[in-house]
Unconditional design. Sequence first.
Length: 325
Amino acid sequence: MITRRKFLTTSAIFGAGMVARPWDLAFSSGSATGSLTAPLLRTGRGETLITILHTNDTHSQIDPLPANDKLYPGKGGVARRATLVKRVRKENPNTLLIDGGDVFQGTPYFNFYKGEVEYKAMSEIGYDVGTIGNHEFDNGVEALAAATQFAKFDLVSANYDFRGTPLESKVKQYVVREIKGVRIGLFGLGISPVGLITPDNFKGVTYRDPVVAAREVVSTLHETERCTMVVAMTHLGYYPEPKDGDIGDSQVAAQVDGIDFIAGGHTHTFMTKPVSVKQPSGAETLIFQVGKSGIYLGRVDFVVRSGKIVAAAGRLLDLRDESLA
């Protein structure tokens, strides 16, 4: 878990010469200048820099948004994302790329190809792990299972029980990745299907309370899998001021010990930097969600020393940058 005595917020990107103090948790905003691929923190002797890149709610946006889009003209596109991911990984090979769900639905690519294009593109870009959003069920469980043949990366969900369905062997509760001796546990959480997913399209799948499911899987990841870091990909939404019983990322973080980072989705929230929520133990969980349509790529860097996270920094990476064309 992330533990430290001091919480530091900044709106400037950290320079290459800065060494983060062990108790610092530093954020840099998307307005920062400088290289898109340079590490946000410098590591010292015996330390490992882990970079996590993440997307959410890309909604079949394979091409950049049109030039006449009123809000985000020309932004995004999987080709630019691929270029940026490749450059980040060249700068820091200790990089994971993850997704918070709702890969499907939004453009004719999904209407015609039913998820094949999206999962193939993500596979080519080099995604490591993704979770399941509500729109992944738009054509039903069997169609989603058929589309997963094109996903050359792991799909995870801890609170959708797929036993007895065609997805049973396609979606795992969690996966563990080991990078330079740092064991990273990754799991997913999905939103309640009520009012969002046609019952026939969710047939056979059992929804479980995300807080209960998260507690169980986090315990397994820490105690059984001996993970140094635990990362959740969630399609729950971000509700800093919840209403009517909303259970989103903040609410999960506030009730579950042991999650270091939540890469969120569902509410299309454009955060300029990660936020921090206190866990029951007093440690804190970082939460970051980067809008929709693949307009931005989120980046969070973690410094690990002696089996503990000692510093973190995050920012938005803008996919309209001309160097990515």
